[in-house]
Design a protein around this ligand. Structure first.
Ligand code: OGA
Ligand code: MN
Length: 293
């Protein structure tokens, strides 16, 4: 096998993996160990030229931990896939007021996947199946670097703060019609510490997103202003990595420390991407995220 090479892509985070693909990681412990180390260090990994299939995406993703099963009313309900697409089963494109078009708009808010779930997500793996020729990029920012850029007194105040996350809150910013009563009842708000410490390297990260609506002990208006300011700080110009998708690309990101958002593309262009989501376990630093009983 060729040596695995890691090539830095973004400002202090994000890297391309060369010399190993998803199949190597699925099949070989040494390739998994190298890619896992790169994931802990760089937070966003890019693989080009993958011959992706649903089976390969599952085999790769399962190396990192248990997979989330899609529950909410999605096309992929009951499977480990979250499918983001504007293509109808008959090949036509969805109209702009379609649920999938609203989902795409909601994805354009800075977020981390599944912080509104218990357990939350360790990582997401996203494969390009059909890419738009203009737009449709995915943009990333590091909450680890955002945390490290905060002044120390600020970090000290935030380290033991707890914040509330709610899927209905972020969807409500797009359209109140976006979330069904069933989704609302299966996804009650959850609370996590505002700082996630990575047990592999001891590095701390902010852990907030557009799903985050409250901080314990703080008036709601003040908390929401602070959350917006922290997201702006983390995602400020010059601190993001914008990924232009090519067919065959697969990306993986660390939801403990990465904010991401989709970028718009023309309504008349097809785009179809498939995500698998790996659930965080205690080994990923989850225990310290829960409020003391
Ligand atoms: C996701 C997501 C953005 C995009 O799959 O979790 O936010 O650009 N995707 O498709
Ligand atoms: Mn997402």
């Amino acid at each position: 096998m060729s040596a695995i090479e890691i090539k830095r892509l973004g400002p202090g985070f994000a890297a391309e993996v060369r010399g190993a693909g998803l199949a190597d990681v699925a099949q070989r412990d040494d390739a998994y160990a190298a890619v896992r180390a790169a994931f802990e260090a760089h937070s966003v990994l890019v693989f080009h030229g993958q011959k992706i299939s649903d089976e390969l995406q599952i085999a790769y993703s399962k190396r990192f931990g248990p997979l989330e099963i899609a529950k909410a009313a999605s096309r992929a309900e009951g499977t480990p896939f979250s499918v983001l697409t504007n293509i109808e089963p008959d090949g036509s494109l969805v109209p702009p007021d379609h649920k999938e078009a609203l989902r795409a708009r909601a994805n354009q808010l800075w977020h981390t996947d599944s912080c509104f779930k218990d357990p939350p997500a360790l990582a997401s793996v996203l494969s390009a199946r059909v890419v738009a020729t203009v737009g449709g990029e995915t943009e990333f920012a590091s909450q680890r670097l955002g945390w490290e850029r905060l002044p120390e007194p600020r970090r000290a105040r935030l380290a033991d703060a707890y914040a509330w996350h709610d899927y209905a809150y972020s969807r409500g910013k797009i359209s109140p019609a976006m979330i069904s009563t069933r989704e609302r009842s299966t996804l009650p708000p959850v609370r996590w510490r505002v700082r996630w410490r990575n047990p592999a390297n001891g590095r701390d990260s902010l852990y907030i997103a557009s799903h985050t609506y409250a901080i314990d002990g703080m008036p709601e208006g003040e908390a929401q202003a602070l959350l917006a300011e922290l997201i702006e700080h983390t995602t400020a110009s010059g601190h993001t990595y914008l990924h232009h998708w090519q067919p065959g690309d697969v990306l993986m990101w660390d939801n403990r420390c990465i904010l991401h958002r989709g970028r718009p593309w023309p309504d008349d262009q097809p785009r179809h991407v498939v995500r698998t989501t790996i659930t965080a376990t205690e080994a990923d630093g989850l225990a310290a995220m829960r409020p003391a009983a």
